[in-house]
Design a protein around this ligand. Structure first.
Ligand code: KG4
Ligand code: ZN
Length: 344
């Protein structure tokens, strides 16, 4: 069964053709990173306009690379939420229209849950029960899967997502967007124990995360470091800190984030004894996080390649395959888009 997957929830316009939920025949991503770099983050209106410009060529390229035409496609899977409303609407309207024109079933996919399916695109396939840490620019979730479509939320961020914290801290230090990549690079040059940054205390039972206090702690520490008081605007920090301070803060922040993520993942592992553990989402591309997960989780770990960690159409098509198997198609005339789509 071959599914076309379409993803436009944030700043990547992506499409892929995936066979049987596990073999990606193509995976095309048009990234808007260079456009949003100028602003230090994603600008929703700009993102939506870019999706409109490239979505049809991206879908065309994905089908061409997979060597498929419409006769070979068994269905269309699309991200229905969560994400930026304007961006989501372009993907869903395109998918609904194509489904109607070509008479294909349509599958509505939850973006956050779909990130986990990146791990179904590599061998060996994960086993169930499956514990997933899904961390990106928009979310930080711990999920437990009993099967591909039976999952529940164990914990989530109470404020900023892990990737969002990377992006905001990078901006404070004058490093380019996306922060995950620029902070990762600076961190290699720095001392990860240079600054002692706080970790949110959410209670021994909690599997939640919280990163907004950490971001504020970085700002306060740097304001103090440059001899200013807390009223110094963050925009003036980059001009007043040197490269060593940037590297040391990047390394210390980086350590605090991966220790927090791995700490909660390990806690969940001990509570639920899953057969497999996977990490997913843009932050899962982080090499240091992977090393630490492999060191602390007593299972053989497998990691999806970078192109499946960040937003892509293949993970959407993979989850769509399981919805198709379960007969859970959506009506192209009625499919709704939900920017805060919950996990259910
Ligand atoms: O999953 P994704 O592509 O989009 C969302 O659904 O948000 O994740 C993007 C996020 C950004 O916040 C970016 O800073 C972060 O993932 N990211 C990383 C790395 N690469 C991207 N964070 C840590 N380390 C990386 N290597
Ligand atoms: Zn994502």
């Amino acid at each position: 069964m071959k599914l076309l997957g379409i993803e436009t929830s944030c700043d990547e316009t992506a499409a892929a053709v995936v066979e049987d939920g596990c073999h990606a025949l193509s995976n095309v991503v048009a990234s808007q990173i260079d456009i949003h770099k100028e602003y230090g983050g994603v600008v929703p209106e700009v993102a939506a306009r870019s999706h409109i410009e490239v979505i049809l060529p991206v879908i065309h390229e994905a089908m061409e690379k997979a060597g498929t035409d419409w006769d070979d496609i068994d269905g269309i899977a699309v991200t229905a939420g969560p994400g930026l409303l304007g961006s989501l609407l372009i993907g869903t309207l395109t998918a609904r229209t194509l489904a109607l024109i070509h008479g294909k079933p349509l599958y509505a996919v939850n973006h956050v849950v779909a990130h986990t399916f990146a791990n179904f695109l590599i061998d060996p396939q994960p086993q169930f029960p499956l514990l997933a840490l899904s961390v990106s620019g928009g979310h930080s979730h711990l999920l437990l899967f009993e099967s591909p479509l039976e999952y529940r939320l164990l914990g989530r961020t109470r404020d900023d997502a892990a990737g969002e914290a990377f992006d905001k801290v990078a901006k404070i230090m004058g490093l380019p967007y996306p922060g995950g990549i620029s902070i990762g690079k600076a961190a290699i040059q720095g001392d990860e124990h240079a600054y002692d940054l706080p970790k949110a205390k959410l209670g021994p039972e909690s599997l939640d995360f919280s990163f907004s206090g950490l971001k504020t702690a970085v700002l306060r520490t740097l304001q103090k470091e440059v001899g200013a008081d807390f009223r110094l605007p963050s925009s003036q920090i980059p001009g007043r800190i040197n490269q060593d301070q940037v590297n040391n803060m990047a390394a210390s922040f980086h350590r605090t984030v991966y220790e927090t993520l791995v700490g909660q993942l390990l806690k969940a592992y001990k509570l639920y004894s899953p057969k497999s553990v996977v990490i997913a989402g843009g932050v899962a591309a982080n090499q240091r996080l992977r090393e630490e997960v492999s060191r602390q989780i007593p299972l053989e770990m497998h990691y999806a390649p970078m192109q499946y960690c960040t937003d892509n159409g293949a993970m959407i098509a993979s989850m769509g395959y399981y919805l198709a198997q379960a007969g859970r198609s959506a009506d192209p005339l009625k499919l709704t888009t939900d920017p805060s789509l919950a996990i259910s």
